[in-house]
Design a protein around this ligand. Structure first.
Ligand code: PMP
Length: 400
């Protein structure tokens, strides 16, 4: 499906046609996105917002159109609630720092889950340390499904924010975030969603979810690296201090006192990645042209097929078998180190990721050192999964 839109896929690696199964780490970029970046630098590159000259105005206009495209993509009520960042990591750091400095106090709690990416653990740990608050962690069960009883028990009046992933990058689990948000809101606690692994697979509607914050990265949704989004409800963003100081985020500066700009600029200090923002807009238009439902259906079929194939291989154990998953399949191989397996699989032209996937606490809980992870995008095929299966058999043959 639309595979020819991705020029990078048309190449041989180690003498084999490239099979790219590392989409959870970053997706490949369609020609339209590559072209949009080149066009930006060829024809309208200019610094935005402060220029009266033609190019600056044109670049500003394109930048703000992109913001509106993103607003509509996630159904945010206002473009002022769409803040550009470098990616999910920066979005979460922004919230942990800015929200944390304002609303976290000694003995307060931040509730996360055991399946979080380090990007949704460490920033909260840092602010909790500073504020003498406590990081509380809800468990997942043997299938990789969030234990909602444990979550409910740990959600307490002390919980000042819930920060949880929409989809686990290691297990593929889709968390019941709507239910989580309802439970937290019932006691007045805001919820931040790490959507890094969700936006390119699932329809995200921040008004329907009623989440307070939603974070994601462009590069995991066919857009350039180095650009991401932090959506936040205006009521929170207006009550939070700026994350960084500098140009653009100010209204007026004197040596005695600075007043801050309105949303969204209050959180966008310095020159933004204008070309990448335009690339993100182009990627979203590209996704819309295919239809996120069609993408989801295609990826789901690939997941089902891969699951059937892998679960029948002797010595292969799938890690993460929740009922609701996106197209991520993590597995381990009996008596074979994940790194060695990844090495041989790569030699057979298949790009998979090995290791802890920035989720060391998941590995500790499961008492493993890492997994081999294949993650699919809609441009992957069943034939490519067959190539992975052949590579797994080869690995067994060579290393068992
Ligand atoms: N959260 C999750 C669930 C992720 O998968 C990732 C990326 N692996 C991140 C956060 C961090 O994203 P980025 O590196 O793009 O900031």
């Amino acid at each position: 499906m639309n595979r020819n839109d991705f020029p990078i896929l048309d190449q041989q690696i180690n003498g084999q046609p490239l099979v790219y199964f590392d989409n959870a780490a970053t997706t490949q970029k369609p020609e339209v996105v590559i072209q949009a970046l080149a066009d930006y630098y060829r024809s309208i590159n200019s610094n935005i917002h402060r220029g009266v000259h033609y190019l600056s105005q044109k670049a500003t206009q394109e930048f703000e159109i992109a913001r509106q495209t993103i607003q509509h993509f996630i159904n945010a009520p206002s473009h002022q609630e769409v803040i550009f960042t470098r990616g999910t990591t920066e979005s979460i750091n922004l919230i942990a720092s800015s929200f944390g400095h304002t609303f976290l106090h000694e003995n307060d709690e931040v509730l996360i889950s055991e399946m979080e990416h380090h990007a949704n653990i460490v920033p909260w740990q840092m602010i909790c340390d500073e504020k003498k608050a406590k990081l509380v962690v809800a468990a997942f069960d043997e299938t990789g499904t969030l234990d909602m009883n444990d979550f409910q028990q740990k959600l307490s009046p002390k919980t000042k924010i819930v920060a949880i992933s929409h989809v686990s990058n290691t297990l593929g689990t889709i968390n019941p975030i709507k239910q989580i948000i309802e439970l937290a809101h019932a006691q007045g606690t805001p919820v931040m969603i790490d959507g890094a692994q969700a936006v390119s697979h699932l329809k995200v509607d921040v008004q329907d979810l009623d989440c307070d914050f939603y974070c994601f990265s462009g590069h995991k949704m066919y857009a350039p690296m180095g650009i991401g989004v932090m959506y936040g409800k205006a009521q929170w963003l207006n009550a939070m201090p700026p994350y960084q100081g500098g140009g653009e985020m100010i209204k007026n500066v004197t040596f005695e006192k600075t007043t801050y700009n309105e949303l969204p600029f209050k959180f966008e200090a310095g020159t933004p990645a204008v070309g990448d923002v335009i690339g993100l807009k182009t990627a979203i238009n590209y996704i819309n042209s295919i239809g996120i439902e069609n993408i989801a259906q295609c990826e789901n079929e690939l997941l089902q097929y891969a699951t059937q194939q892998l679960q029948n291989i002797d010595g292969v154990t799938i890690i993460g078998t929740a009922e609701h998953k996106t197209s991520i399949i993590s597995f381990i191989m009996k008596d074979i180190h994940h790194y060695d397996a990844g090495f041989i699989i790569d030699k057979m032209g298949v790009a998979v990721r090995t290791g802890h996937h920035c989720t060391q606490p998941i590995m500790d809980k499961l008492k493993i050192t890492g997994t081999i992870r294949a993650s699919f995008a809609f441009y992957n095929t069943r034939e490519e999964i067959d190539q992975l299966v052949r590579a797994i058999f080869k690995t067994k043959e060579m290393l068992s």
